[in-house]
Design a protein around this ligand. Structure first.
Ligand code: SF4
Ligand code: SF4
Length: 402
């Protein structure tokens, strides 16, 4: 049965600022060694992960909030992750889960998503698989050979959740020195070969594991984003299939407008901090909990305490002197001048700046429409790229991609 996509919590634009998103680093373990990983130093501390009982206390004290952003480490290495998600569904009535993964544990991802859909039926799940480039490029950047495994995961996700509008299938590509030359070809190939909801691109951020991987400038990132813009119109069309004309248009407006607005802010912040044109609401609406129990207002700022010192009570943490001081220091981004490229916070902050957001959406939608151009994603071109980038077509055929 086809499950219709329902409103995500992003649709509920609000101006009252309250806890809306918890970013939970579920584990400090990972089965990849990505060159651009910004959490490598933290993971190398090898501190123990928060236990299920500790996370249970956090969930029980948090009250209702909308969105749980999983992070890590690799979330699929946390054996009790489905139980943790169910905790937040039951105790906090979460409406959206962001589930990033490197896609290596294919079977586990499929089985866990099935379980989440059964036990958390009213929740949208955005599963975001890291996919950085063709074959060897992806493997080099990820530090382990996993291109075909990630491809298989994406194919299985499409097969298992094709008609389930609550499972949003995303591909996330981080641009580095390794894949910058093929990023636009890769966007075309991904669009042609995978039935995903979207494909986000972002520049490597933070302190990366490997030096020298960040090669983009504001100008080169804007150039890639402009050239990629027409794909977002195609993705919007894909999402709108089967909708009424009115809903199609509305979906295209929000989808394309949101991505372009976020991308514009990101590019402006790549070389130097540049005000977002709206308040950053880090610490007012967001809480980051590291795998070892440290907490922060924002992933890119230092930890400001330990959850155990507040009895694992999220309400106390949000109302704590440490959090108040941090919010004061950030000053909605203006005081700290720490404007960044972090899409999760840009998106989260947009929902709390509704008037400014609508103005940005109108402008961004118009810009994308002006960048529209015919895209050639033919079978011939797809095959040509598979040859050019030395993909193993037998392996792709075995997975069901060609
Ligand atoms: S970027 Fe993600 S998948 Fe890669 S090493 Fe870091 S935590 Fe693991
Ligand atoms: S502007 Fe960026 S770095 Fe500064 S608090 Fe907001 S999300 Fe964090």
């Amino acid at each position: 049965m086809k499950t219709k996509r329902t409103g995500s919590s992003f649709n509920a634009l609000r101006s009252a600022r309250a806890l809306e998103s918890i970013f939970l680093f579920t584990t400090g373990k990972c089965n990849a060694k990505c060159a651009m990983c910004f959490y490598a130093n933290d993971m190398e501390q090898k501190a123990p992960d928060l236990s299920f009982e500790e996370i249970k206390k956090l969930s029980e004290s948090a009250g209702a909030f909308n969105r749980l952003w999983l992070s890590g480490g690799e979330p699929t290495l946390r054996e009790d992750l489905p139980d943790i998600i169910e905790l937040f569904y039951k105790n906090n009535q979460i409406k959206d889960i962001n589930f990033p993964s490197n896609g290596i544990k294919t079977e586990r991802i499929i089985q866990w998503l099935k379980r989440i859909r059964t036990r958390c039926p009213d929740c949208n799940v955005s599963i975001s698989i890291s996919f950085d480039g063709f074959g060897g490029t992806h493997d080099t950047q990820r530090g382990v050979p996993c291109f075909y495994q990630a491809a298989e995961t994406l194919k299985r996700l499409d097969g298992e959740f094709k008609d389930d509008g609550r499972v949003i299938k995303n591909i996330a590509t981080v641009i580095t020195k390794y894949n910058v030359g093929e990023a636009l070809d890769f966007m075309a190939w991904v669009y042609g070969r995978f039935n995903v909801t979207t494909h986000t691109i972002e520049a490597a951020r933070g302190m990366t594991r490997e030096d020298g991987v960040k090669v983009l400038t504001e100008k080169s990132l804007r150039d890639i984003q402009d050239k990629a813009a027409p794909y977002y119109l195609l993705y919007a069309k894909r999402i709108g299939e089967g909708m009424t004309m009115f809903r199609k248009r509305l979906t295209e407006f929000f989808y394309v407008g949101l991505y372009r607005a976020m991308y514009t802010i990101r590019a402006a912040n790549l070389d130097k901090p540049a005000p977002w044109g709206m308040d950053c609401t880090a610490g007012e609406t967001t809480l980051v909990i590291d795998y070892d129990g440290r907490f922060r207002a924002c992933e890119l700022r230092p930890p400001i305490g330990r959850v155990k010192d507040y009895g694992y009570n999220v309400r106390e943490i949000m109302a704590s002197g440490a959090m108040k001081q941090e919010i004061e220091a950030i000053g909605h981004g203006h005081r700290a001048n720490c404007w960044c490229t972090h899409g999760c916070w840009i998106m989260s902050s947009m929902t709390f700046n509704p008037v400014k957001m609508i103005a940005k959406l109108i402008k961004s939608y118009g810009e994308t429409k002006r960048l529209a151009r015919p895209l050639e994603v033919t079978e011939e071109r797809l095959r040509g790229m598979e040859e050019q980038y030395h993909l193993d077509r037998d392996k792709l055929a075995a997975i069901g991609i060609v």
